[in-house]
Design a protein around this ligand. Sequence first.
Ligand code: NCD
Ligand code: ZN
Length: 364
Amino acid sequence: MQNTLMDNKLLNNSGTDMLTIARPDDWHLHLRDGAVLESVVADTARQFARAIIMPNLKAPVVSVDLAQAYHDRICRALTANGIQKSAFTPLMTLYLTDNTTAAEIIKAKASGLVHGVKLYPAGATTNSDAGVTNLLKHCGPALEAMQEVGMPLLVHGEVTDPDIDLFDREAVFIDRVMIPLRRAFPDLKVVFEHLTTREGVDYVTQAQGPVAATITAHHLLYNRNALFQGGIRPHWYCLPVLKREQHRQALVEAATGGSGRFFLGTDSAPHPKGLKEHACGCAGCYTALHAMELYATAFDSVGKLDQLEAFASLNGPAFYGLPVNQGTLTLQRQAYVIPAELPMADTSVVPLAAGETLGWAVRA
Ligand code: NCD
Ligand code: ZN
């Protein structure tokens, strides 16, 4: 199979061969549950000190009690991998529904465990059936409480209207949902998750008030051609779907441009190989294994490695009101071959760009 990383990604554009940054965090991560959780948690803990844990389990994490129980299962999975609890902190989230109460938000804030509430428009992506059907109509009291206590709303920013072209769903979401939401709740902290378009970058850059966005490594490295290069390639299929090259370039400019509003969120999501390579393949890319290698490759491609620390380690904590991590992570310029497949529970997961070679590796 052809290497999809553009040639210049492997060139030395910055002149640096070694980069040490404050230990980074992943502000958007899917760990799943059960045996898969045990397999994937070590990949993230190897690179990141903390991660915002997405709540879209098969039975979604809709309450503080469920978040606490999930947190404890994650901690047990860390222990089972021989990882000390102090080495990795899961930052839990709640799954917003039409029935989320203000009292649950206040309880979430008081718990100290829950750091965000996730909006999935019903039907927008994997495990989103229990999501919100009409945000401003049903979620007013919860949003009011979130604004009041400073609990961030983490947004999957795509409309689900079947009449809207798949590639336009993020841009239409800005007009139909984001603008009315932020007019009604101007002081609500909002993270526009996994941003994919120039329209999204422009909105986040220009908006008044506490708005930020996460950007994945795959949206920085690939445009939508990657989905179809040499045939249909399910391992590049995620939601929001990869967009045109001009959008990829806007994302790279945003991530490397020094604005504190943009930070790292892998959206790494482990789907079994057989469900990706399928007549109706599911959405999500697995990047937890090689996240920092991928991001370093993207930043290096535009000679902006000096901006990686702000994006990966500083901007996120500043937005969430958390301290910067104490330790460091070192990346080294060397060939890194992405494994073809990762055994996982009774199945396997194919990491993004499996078999390809990157120009950066995290030093053990
Ligand atoms: C995510 C998943 O698999 O949970 N999939 C994806 O394509 N990104 C859900 C999500 O973040 O949309
Ligand atoms: Zn996600």
